[in-house]
Write a protein that binds this ligand. Structure first.
Ligand code: B1M
Length: 213
């Protein structure tokens, strides 16, 4: 089994203790961190998601897979980020109300930080008012990112954007949305300024938005 396949299998089966060693070996063998992330770990989470959908595994198994993935992301972080000094501005990010998924949001936060932004991460299950409050107390923030992974929490995107509109702060910020069920069409529907399908795209769009801000 190739090292990437072994990492994929370890994430899929939630073998958190094996992840560190496997990733270190893969890096030593010359695998790129981005391949380990995309082909090893993110693909593993897609498999886990499919198996959950088909009733082949359940929430506890999804949770242990997520823990293994998080361990791996921590280890890869120095290889994925550039260590660039913060100069592009402040980016407030969070997973919307009702939604506890944070792996993708954390990857987006990491790539955006690496693109030179100061990132304020509000965490998961973030109520619209908390986004509004965070923007209010950070007048240097011109970008906000909303992550949603569930079709049932997609309405929270619109609720949050409406709350920002009603607070009178909408002119201060551009809003980016993303997450597995989100598309450009949905971004348009909820009134977002931008949609990104993955973390690397989110970072480059953030730079474009900041340049146009
Ligand atoms: Co949940 N879950 N989950 N889950 N989970 C999904 C999302 C699901 C698709 C699985 C499935 O059925 N196939 C399904 C949603 C179905 C739907 O809504 N259509 C689902 C469900 C149903 C649930 C529960 C309801 C299960 C239950 O309790 N019965 C429950 C909900 C809890 C809640 O949130 N209220 C639940 C719980 C959980 C766990 C807690 C066990 C765990 C999350 C742990 C954690 O995050 N700390 C979990 C997991 C791990 C998953 C899957 C398997 C993997 C998610 C993930 O981390 N992917 C997921 C299946 C799947 O996505 N295929 C699933 C890897 C990650 C890197 O990708 O998050 O998509 P992703 O992020 C990407 C892009 O989307 C994008 O960039 C990222 C990196 O490239 N992106 C952005 C994300 N945010 C962005 C923001 C941006 C821009 C881009 O701008 C701001």
């Amino acid at each position: 089994m190739s090292k990437i396949a072994a990492i994929q299998s370890a994430v899929e089966t939630g073998k958190k203790k094996l992840i560190r060693g496997l990733i270190e070996e893969a890096l030593q063998e010359g695998h790129q961190a981005v391949d380990i992330l995309n082909k090893g770990m993110i693909d593993a989470m897609s498999i886990v998601g499919d198996k959950f959908k088909n009733g082949e595994l359940f929430v506890p198994e999804m949770l242990v897979a997520a823990r293994a993935m998080k361990e791996g992301v921590e280890l890869l972080k120095p290889f994925l980020t550039s260590g660039q000094a913060s100069s592009s501005g402040t980016f407030i990010i969070g997973t919307v109300e009702g939604d506890l998924h944070d792996i993708g949001k954390n990857l987006v936060a990491m790539m955006i930080e690496s693109a030179g932004f100061k990132v304020i991460d509000l965490g998961v299950d973030v109520a619209p008012e908390r986004f509004v409050e965070a923007i209010k107390v950070n007048p240097d923030c011109h970008l906000v990112g909303l992550s949603a992974l569930l079709t049932t929490t997609m309405p929270s995107l619109e609720k949050t954007i409406n709350a920002i509109n009603e607070s009178g702060l909408r002119n201060q910020v551009k809003i980016m949305v993303g997450g597995a069920p989100i598309s450009q069409e949905i971004a348009d529907e909820v009134g977002a300024d931008a949609f990104a399908a993955d973390a690397a795209t989110a970072a480059s769009i953030a730079k474009e938005l900041a340049a146009g801000a």
